[in-house]
Design a protein around this ligand. Sequence first.
Ligand code: NAD
Length: 390
Amino acid sequence: MRTSARRVLCVLYPDPVAGYPPKYVRNAIPEIDVYANGQTAPTPQGPPGFQPGQLVGCVSGELGLRHYVESLGHELIVTSDVDGPDSVFDRYLPEAEVVISQPFWPAYLTEERISRAKKLKLALTAGVGSDHVDLGAAAQAGITVAEVTGSNSVSVAEHVVMLVLALVRNYLPSHAFSELGGWNIAECVERSYDVEGMHFGTIGAGRIGLAVLRRLKPFGLHLHYTQRHRLDPAIEDELALTFHSDAESLVRTADIVNLQLPLYPSTEYLINDAMFAKMKRGTYLINTARGKLVERDAVVRAVQSGQIAAYAGDVWFPEPAPTGHPWRTMPFNGMTPHMSGTTLSAQARYAAGTLEILQCYFGGTPIREEYLIVDGGRLAGTGSQSYQLT
Ligand code: NAD
């Protein structure tokens, strides 16, 4: 092993079991240069070390970073082994200057791990959502936390729209009937409704939440939101949005509740038995934000009692979810592994954004303000608008 003074330690999810690279079903992906809020997509210098559309979020894909990092004479370690004190991650952490991790297979940077990472300067989230880093401990240790803000907002928003329709129309059980050879229409439709005319409420209407509201508008739903910062009145008018001053008010009104806020200490377990009791019977709950925003067993109780009609999303705690996690098998669930923000389309953007951030870091130029979560010992950039340390 080369002992470089500057080590980049990158944690990615394992390769497909059938081998790498996979056989791609399409030859190319559309080019997206600008996001809906006017922010430009990542702009690394020079071509990224991959073809857009390739699977780069797994270990063999290396986010396409190896050529760039090694051309600077630095060391790149890529692993998916993050569990336990003998993990590859823990062995390489003390000498790492940069840690790259994805929310889909997080390397939890706890206070204890941060205390052992004496050389760590940059914790870079390849994706969006940096709650796997103890942000308070990172701020105290002078570590910069950055993420590729906006890179997968539409990817997740499309997933949420899919889940709204799948749950309300009873798509998943009906598909299962079809696969099993059945034709009992009554069983398919006894839980199937139109979304038109229903009330949809999102807790958090930032980049993803607002993209969901925009996409649902043509379905004829009544749209509601709550969040820390009220949206521009022009947007409220355009989408005919109802603002709620708190989550309790929103869940009393909505037929479909969507979670799209970050996880930090005071949002942990926001949705618990008491909050379920405030919802209308038969509410649909969708969570692609973070698993720990909801109490695991309260969800199971609510879905079993019929207080909620169904629960769907792709986020769990911890991740990867244990095989015996009750959300895998509880009735009326539309769960998947954490996948909505790592489509091949999203990977092209967040891998390019990871390269852009590394180029800024190693080149000594400022990282874009919107990519910053913690900097200079405090919340910064997007971090100061979206997170709290308590
Ligand atoms: P964002 O920062 O653009 O928006 C988050 C919004 O939440 C902000 O507008 C903020 O005001 C609001 N908020 C913060 N605290 C709140 C509170 N207590 N109550 C109500 N609103 C509150 O972030 P985003 O890009 O829209 O992403 C939102 C979250 O989605 C991320 O933090 C991440 O956890 C999750 N995410 C998941 C995936 C996935 O693959 N499933 C991908 C990307 C992001």
